[in-house]
Design a protein around this ligand. Structure first.
Ligand SMILES: Cc1cc2nc3c(=O)[nH]c(=O)nc-3n(C[C@H](O)[C@H](O)[C@H](O)COP(=O)(O)OP(=O)(O)OC[C@H]3O[C@@H](n4cnc5c(N)ncnc54)[C@H](O)[C@@H]3O)c2cc1C
Length: 341
C-alpha cells in the first residue's frame, strides 16, 4: 500500500493546473504530479494564433514559471505521454514503459482538432492549430506564405484570421455555416460573422461547403469547390472544433462516449478516477443527460471543483450559460468561452 496519497493529473492545461493548485491548497502533504505529453510550461492558448504568425515569443505564452511549481511542491513531468491506464491496479503506463502508481487520478487531457470525415481524402494537406507544437511547426511556413485559406470554422478561427491579416497575409475564409462550432451560426450571428471577417479584409466564400478537394501544387495548394471552381492558397487550415483526447483510455474500463463520462461530482465509473475540462462529459441529474463544455474559464472551474470533490466535497458545476462572449466583435451568449481582451 502506498504510504501517502499520490494525486496524478494527466494534462497541463487550465483544468489540470487549477486542480493541482486546489489540491495543494487543501492538502499540504499529498504528492501531486502533473503529467503532460506537451513540453512547454502551462501556456495561454488564446495567444497561440499570434505565436503561429511570429507575433509573440514562447515566453509570452507562459502562464506561470517553473519555480512556482517547485514552491508548491507540485511535480511536473512534461513531454511524457500516458499510453494506458489500469484503474484496477491504480497505475498508468507512460510511452517509455514506466509505470506510475496513483491513489487518485484526474483526467484533464483536453481535446484536439476535429477533422471532418468528408475531408479524409485530403486531410494530410490541412493544418490545424490546437496547441503550441502546431503553432511552432507552422511559424516558418506562415512567414513564407502570402495567401492562406481557412475552412470552417470555429471559435478559434476568427482570431487566427485576424492575426494572419495583421501579419500581412491575404486570407480567404470558406465558411461552413451549418458546421460552425460550437455555436449555431444562423441568421443574425451568421451575418455578423461575415461582416466582421470582411471588415478584417478577409475574403469570405459562403455557401460553397464542403470543398471537394485540396491538392498540392508545386507551390501551395489548389482547393476545389463543390461546383468545380478552384482557388489557390499557400496553406490551407481546417477549423472545425475539437474532439476529446480519450483514445488512450480504450480498454481501461473507464466509460467514455464523446468524452470521459462523469457524474455531476466529476467522478468516472472507476473508483478514484475523475475527469474535468474539455475532455469531460458531465451528467446533469435534472435533464438526465450528459453535457460538455469548452473554454478556458470552464476548464479552470471544473479543475477546482474536481479537486474539492476528490477531497470529500459535493460541489456541482453550474452549466447554465451566463456569459456574453465577444468573438472578435461578434456577441454570443455562452458560458463556454472566456474573452481575454
Ligand atoms: C488556438 C486556441 C485558442 C483558444 N482561445 C480561447 C479563448 O480565447 N477563450 C477561451 O475561453 N478558450 C480558448 N481556447 C480553448 C481553451 O484553451 C480550452 O478550452 C482549454 O485549454 C481546455 O482546457 P483543458 O485543461 O481541459 O485541456 P487542454 O488545455 O487541452 O490541456 C490538456 C493537456 O493534456 C495533455 N494530454 C492529452 N492527452 C495526453 C496523454 N495521453 N498523456 C499526457 N498528456 C496528455 C495535452 O497535451 C494538454 O497539455 C482556445 C483554444 C485554442 C486551441
Amino acid at each position: 500500500m502506498p504510504r501517502e496519497d499520490h494525486y496524478v493529473i494527466i494534462g497541463n492545461g487550465p483544468a489540470g493546473n487549477s486542480c493541482a493548485e486546489t489540491l495543494r491548497r487543501e492538502d499540504s502533504r499529498a504528492r501531486i504530479t502533473i503529467i503532460s505529453d506537451e513540453k512547454p510550461l502551462h501556456y495561454y492558448k488564446h495567444r497561440v494564433p499570434l505565436f503561429a504568425v511570429g507575433g509573440c515569443s514562447a515566453d509570452e505564452l507562459t502562464v506561470r514559471p517553473y519555480r512556482s511549481y517547485r514552491e508548491k511542491n507540485i511535480r511536473l513531468r512534461l513531454g511524457q505521454r500516458v499510453e494506458r491506464v489500469d484503474p484496477g491496479e491504480k497505475v498508468l503506463y507512460l510511452k517509455h514503459m514506466e509505470k506510475v502508481h496513483y491513489t487518485r487520478l484526474i483526467l484533464a487531457v483536453g481535446a484536439s482538432c476535429r477533422m471532418l470525415t468528408s475531408h479524409a481524402s485530403f486531410a494530410e494537406h490541412l493544418h490545424c492549430i490546437s496547441g503550441y507544437d502546431d503553432a511552432r511547426n507552422l511559424q516558418d511556413k506562415m512567414e513564407k506564405a502570402s495567401r492562406i485559406a481557412i475552412l470552417g470554422g470555429d471559435l478559434t478561427s476568427m482570431g487566427f484570421a485576424r492575426e494572419a491579416r495583421n501579419a500581412g497575409k491575404e486570407v480567404v475564409f470558406i465558411l461552413y455555416s451549418s458546421l460552425f462550432w460550437p455555436v449555431n451560426l444562423k441568421e443574425e450571428i451568421h451575418d455578423k460573422v461575415t461582416e466582421r471577417l470582411s471588415s478584417l479584409g478577409v475574403e469570405v466564400i459562403d455557401g460553397c461547403e464542403p470543398v471537394s478537394n485540396v491538392a498540392p501544387l508545386e507551390k501551395g495548394y489548389r482547393i476545389t469547390l463543390p461546383q468545380g471552381e478552384t482557388l489557390e492558397a499557400d496553406l490551407v487550415f481546417s477549423f472545425f472544433g475539437t474532439v476529446p483526447n480519450i483514445r488512450f483510455l480504450v480498454g481501461s474500463g473507464i466509460n467514455t462516449e464523446k468524452g470521459v463520462l462523469v457524474d455531476d461530482l466529476m467522478r468516472t465509473n472507476q473508483e478514484g478516477v475523475y475527469a474535468c475540462g474539455d475532455c469531460a462529459q458531465i451528467f446533469n441529474p435534472e435533464f438526465k443527460d450528459y453535457w460538455s463544455s469548452v473554454g478556458w474559464g470552464n476548464a479552470e472551474k471544473q479543475g477546482e471543483v474536481t479537486a474539492m470533490n476528490l477531497l470529500g466535497a459535493s460541489q456541482v458545476i453550474d452549466y447554465q450559460p451566463k456569459e456574453i462572449f465577444e468573438m472578435d466583435g461578434v456577441t454570443i451568449r455562452t458560458s463556454w468561452w472566456k474573452s481575454f481582451s
